[in-house]
Design a protein around this ligand. Structure first.
Ligand SMILES: *Cc1c(COP(=O)(O)O)cnc(C)c1O
Length: 345
């Protein structure tokens, strides 16, 4: 199951799903039924799982669009049962267990009483049993992860004892796939690693995942100007030119996902040279110091994520920006705004 929720972590859900389908993905994981509908409208025919579930008013939609929801409350079974009966079909759902994350799912120690009440929903089939691991990337949390896997295995046994035959058993996100063979079940749910995000995602024992970042982010210099020593630039006077400085303006800002927290800290690549971001990043504009970039001109391409053909040894990863901004690489790529054109090659 390729997880393409949140617009495929900012990469573009439809394009990514098409490509991943060609690579052999059987299932797509989305967060909401709406995201599943976007894929269906684009002609994606593979199975779709709505990982976050659905609102009861969306049950008909899930049935019509063949979107299997994750369910974790009894009334969700009731809503799907009613929608499926009206449509004259059996609807597939995946039952989610909370084995220790404390987020979505029926608590593992309450499954027994829950199971007894499912029998009445004759138009619903539990096609999958699943759980989500809280800290498969963190060796310090290994006891919790092992507990989670054991609780899940026990739940599968209990479920089978009640006569259920779920086709799919799944627990593994990117970190679990790399860190815990026992968490593979018979299906896995990678997200981040599909997009080449791994340095702040996988267990630290993984030194080289052999993955390449999928996303590059480019802008261009829209204005160049000399600023004399001693003047400040940008909102809040946070940068003072210590020398006569050549400032380049980029028409990209925090609305586009170039986070304000990167102000005065990130760097970009211009003409095969790193150039520092100077001053506050604004909503639509960013300033860089290109004094030391030979031959720099207006309209030159600037690399904010990725690498430059002129100097392939220089590169900037989502993990790099995440570290500077105190967040996770996922938040960097998810945050690339809708004004930024996605180009696929
Ligand atoms: C987002 C998500 C995943 C994918 O996680 P990654 O860390 O990106 O691999 C898997 N399962 C569920 C339930 C999720 O919400």
């Amino acid at each position: 199951m390729a997880v393409v929720k949140a617009n495929a972590y900012g990469h573009g859900a439809v394009e990514c799903a098409r490509r991943l389908a060609r690579e052999g993905a059987d299932w797509f994981g989305v967060a909401l039924p709406e995201e599943g509908i976007e894929l269906r409208s684009a002609g994606i025919t593979q199975s779709i799982l709505s990982l976050g579930g659905f609102w009861s008013g969306q049950a008909d939609l899930c049935v019509q669009q063949r979107i299997s929801p994750v369910v974790y409350r009894l009334d969700m079974f009731a809503a799907m049962d009613q929608a499926a009966r009206q449509a004259g079909v059996i609807a597939d759902v995946h039952l989610k267990l909370d084995t220790g994350m404390g987020r979505l799912g029926i608590r593992f120690d309450q499954l027994g009483e829950f199971v007894d009440r499912l029998k009445e929903f004759r138009n619903v089939r539990v096609d999958g049993l699943m759980t989500h691991l809280a800290a498969a990337d963190d060796d310090a949390c290994q006891p919790l992860t092992k507990d989670q896997v054991r609780r899940f295995d026990d739940a599968v046994t209990l479920f089978r004892e009640h006569g259920y035959r779920p086709t799919h058993l799944h627990l593994g996100n990117s970190a679990a796939i790399y860190g815990y063979r026992e968490a593979w079940g018979n299906m896995v749910r990678p997200g981040g690693v599909l997009y080449g995000l791994w340095r702040d995602v996988l267990p630290s024992s993984v030194n080289d995942a052999g993955l390449v970042q999928v996303m590059s982010l480019y802008s261009r210099i829209s204005l160049l100007k000399w600023v004399p020593a001693g003047e400040t630039i940008g909102y809040g006077c946070t940068f003072e030119a210590s020398r006569k400085t050549l400032i380049g303006t980029l028409p990209i800002g925090y609305h586009d996902g170039f986070m304000r927290g990167l102000s005065n800290r990130a760097k970009v690549i211009v003409h095969g040279t790193y150039a520092p971001v100077v001053g506050r990043i604004s909503m639509d504009l960013t300033l860089i110091d290109v004094t030391d970039v030979p031959g720099v001109e207006v309209n030159d391409r600037v690399v904010l994520l990725g690498s430059d053909s002129q100097a392939p040894e220089l590169s900037i990863s989502p993990e790099d920006l995440a570290r500077i901004a105190g967040t996770l690489s996922y938040e960097v790529t998810c945050g690339i705004g809708p004004r930024v054109a996605r180009v696929y090659c």
